[in-house]
Structures are given as structure tokens and as C-alpha cells.
Design a protein around this ligand. Sequence first.
Ligand code: DP6
Length: 343
Amino acid sequence: MKRIGEATSIAHPNIALAKYWGKRAQAGNVPAVPSLSVTLAGMSTTTEVVFDEHLDHDELVLNGVALAASARPHQRAVELLDRVRASARIKARARITSTNDFPTASGLASSASGFAALALAATRAAGLDLPPTEIADLARRSSASAARSVFGGFVELDGGEGASGEARPVAPATALDLRILVCVTTESAKTTSSTDGMALTQSTSPYWDAWLADAPRVHRTMRYALLAGDFARVGELAEHSALAMHACAMAAGVVYVTGATLAALAEVRAMRADGLSAFGTIDAGPHLKCIVRAADVAAARTRLAAVPGVLRTIEAAPGDGARLVETRSTAPRVAVTSEEARP
Ligand code: DP6
């Protein structure tokens, strides 16, 4: 066994408050609109990458299961490794061992934490020491939302014509006293991936142009509200962003919500009518996520757990960005400029 470098990292999922949906035409997986998210503590992906000159192909073990080379997650991981190898000027194949401590199959944003953790561990294992912005750039090329998980707290990702696709922190985790309650409505995998769902939306939704016009305004207004510490305004805009995204997608036949999602959303709105500070958001899956002020989380949890179709709830608070837990590399250190690091 000739290990040339290894590193282990941890990253957390994030939930977009202002949604990314759709891509710009050019290469690089740059979003069509800017987005703003909160990175979550309490759910993690831990990823170990070992570059080994004696391996003849890349291996990916996800949650204890070795994936076939033809599996899409395996292919996406290899694409990221190829970019890292090109920057580090190494040829060795790698073994990736990645574990989520939350249910991967149920569409709880595991690609965001997964690619953020992989980008960090793979670059370090290959002997590269890149700044977080470059790690985020690498993660974005695999899955755009992953760029935001590189940073902690509230994070934005640039998108739209002329945008760089750069992710950057906007405010620390303490900026809003917020909790997220994930209402799990199924334990099975989603049917349409975000990538496929957004491609279909972009090519066939009659509301695509309306989404492109509205999303940057929502992002901008939310940013101001966040920096002003205005919880209610951030919450209102988050609910609006999710509903606008889903309305646009639904008009293209892309439906992620189920009866249970809508029942949970109705309960969130009923809580608001009763004076609780709670708002709903939905990603490319059927789980309703409730954005709630920390003071109201216990009451909200009790009410959401009683909604028919909600199997259980997971509570998360704003958390940290991706970090290394272990690193050892014998690969020759390669000094790379920001430009060179872009594959
Ligand atoms: C609804 O980042 O999974 O969660 O870049 O094609 O991998 P790809 O898409 P992905 O899309 C996330 C979509 C979303 C909204 C968001 O996280 O902003």
C-alpha cells in the first residue's frame, strides 16, 4: 500500500432560505439566481479521503456500502477527484469513505454536506492547501448548494448573469435566534433529483422568467433583513421563496410536495396566526422545514409532530462550516494560485 496522502473532514447540511433553482447556461455549475442559506449543526457528514498509488480506480463507500462505479454519486465524486488531481498534479486514485449521521435516502440535503466535506478532504489529502473560497468553488462544480456548506452561519451563493458563483459568509450563526425543524414525511428516496428538476423547470416552465426576475429581489431584501436582525421578515421571505420556486417547478410538472408537506405547511401558518414566529420552506423533496424562533421551538415541535403524515421531527440550529479533523499528506506540496486551482 503506498498512501500518498489522507485527510478526514466534517461538514453540515444547509437549508436555503432564499432558494437556488436553475443554472446559468455556461459551464461551471453557476446558479441562475443568488441564494442565501443557513448551515446547520446537529447533522453531519464525515468523509475520509485516501490517495493511494496502488489503487487502480477510485472507490466510494457511502454509509458502509461500496458504490458501483456506474452509480451517479460515484461518478460525481470521481469528477471532483479528477479536478483535484489536475490541480495537485497527481495521478493516484482515491478511496472515499463517507458517512452521514442523518438519513441520506430521504432527501435531507446530503449532497450539500457530502460535496463540501469531499472537496475539503480531497484537496488536503492531495497536498493542496486552498482558501475556503476555492474549496467552495470546487464543491459548487459538483453540487451548487454544497458551496454554501463550506461556511458556517448564514451564507450566500452568487448567481445570475455576470455572477462569479462565489459563496461567502454573510452573518454569523448568532445573527438570528433561529431553529429549523425538519418534518420527515417519508423515509424513502426522492424521485426527481434537484439537477433534473431544475433542468425541466428551466426548459419548460411558463413561469421561469418570473422566477428569474423575482429571486434576486428576494435574496437582496432577505440579506438586508438578516443583517438588521429582522426574524419575521427573513421568515416571510423564506416562505415566499420556497413557494415561488415550487410554483415555477410545478408548472413544469415537477412536483415534490405531498399531502403531508402541505398539511405541515398549513400547521405552520396556523401557528403563525396563533402568534408563534414560524415559517415554512421546502426543498426538492417532501419534507417541510419549519423556520422557528428558538423561544417557540418546543411548542412548534409538539404541534408539527401531531400533523398526520409527519413521521418525526429533527431539530437543528445554525452551525459551523466544513472543517478538517485529521490530515496527513506525503504528496509534494503544490503552491497554486487561485486561478490555477480552478479546473
Ligand atoms: C431546492 O445543489 O442539489 O435545495 O447543483 O444540481 O447539485 P445541483 O443542485 P443542488 O440544488 C439544491 C436546490 C434546493 C435549493 C437550495 O439549496 O438552494
